[in-house]
Design a protein around this ligand. Sequence first.
Ligand SMILES: NC(=O)c1ccc[n+]([C@@H]2O[C@H](COP(=O)([O-])OP(=O)(O)OC[C@H]3O[C@@H](n4cnc5c(N)ncnc54)[C@H](OP(=O)(O)O)[C@@H]3O)[C@@H](O)[C@H]2O)c1
Length: 271
Amino acid sequence: MKENVYGKNVFVTGASSGIGLACARLFAEKGCFVTGVSRNTAETEEAFEGGGKLVMKKLDVTEEEKVREFVSGLPGVDIAILCAGMGVAGPAETTPSEMTRKQMEVNYFGTLNAAQPCLSRMKESGKGLLIVIGSIAGRVSIPMQSQYSASKYALEAFTDAVRMEMRKYGVRAVIVEPGDTKTGFTAARETLRGEDGYSRTLEKSVSKMAKDEQNGRSPLSVAKTVYALSLRKDPPSRVPVGFEYKLLMFLLRLMPDRLKEHILSKMYLPG
Ligand SMILES: NC(=O)c1ccc[n+]([C@@H]2O[C@H](COP(=O)([O-])OP(=O)(O)OC[C@H]3O[C@@H](n4cnc5c(N)ncnc54)[C@H](OP(=O)(O)O)[C@@H]3O)[C@@H](O)[C@H]2O)c1
């Protein structure tokens, strides 16, 4: 059986729900010592058969100094899985800057706040695996999710640079790109309401997103993809989750932008 090649100390953000929770539990079931964090979690400790452990702590990834301090106090950081995130929906024209800032604070700066001290710990020990949870929306921009897509495109750029910079220190970086996944993400989405001229558009696009997510893959399937990366010394740069999304990404790469945008508009916007 293949072994995790990075080490047993695993740090997971957004570990109280959905993809983060599934990752935290799967790594603990595989015998790892997992520390999971989120804002609204009970502080618990659970032992697993096979010697693994899951410790849950309260931490808001937007609080940079607290995150640095927290990560520097961990016994070790061999694998970091950065899942904490949320989505805002609204028209690109009118989404207010407070909503955009919140989106970036959590998805981009929150990930950055956690990634930086983890990278320092990994560099010190000469090995490590950084796994950023991006999205298919970080490869194609979705109408009415411009700010969410922007936050995930930003994570693609960040992770690509990290991969190049940290390779010589034995540290690997991968961005995992889930498509629709059935989690608490749908209920946590913040949607701009009452926008002049956009109510029908928002209704169609947000109800499609919600329906697709709730009929989507299980968070465990994402966790299994993440776990498989820990078995590879040289993991790929970016990994869409599931055959259907791998195929979609391949096809979209071959399409002219105009055709790609026509298809996405048909999917998410009223005629
Ligand atoms: N579900 C999908 O269809 C889908 C598709 C593609 C990508 N993704 C990405 O997958 C990641 C995980 O989302 P999910 O689908 O598993 O949603 P979820 O079930 O809502 O989980 C989100 C997690 O992030 C935590 N979180 C949110 N803000 C935080 C903050 N400021 N500090 C610390 N933790 C915070 C939440 O816990 P607290 O509320 O307790 O803080 C929760 O544990 C996100 O980055 C999302 O963008 C999801």
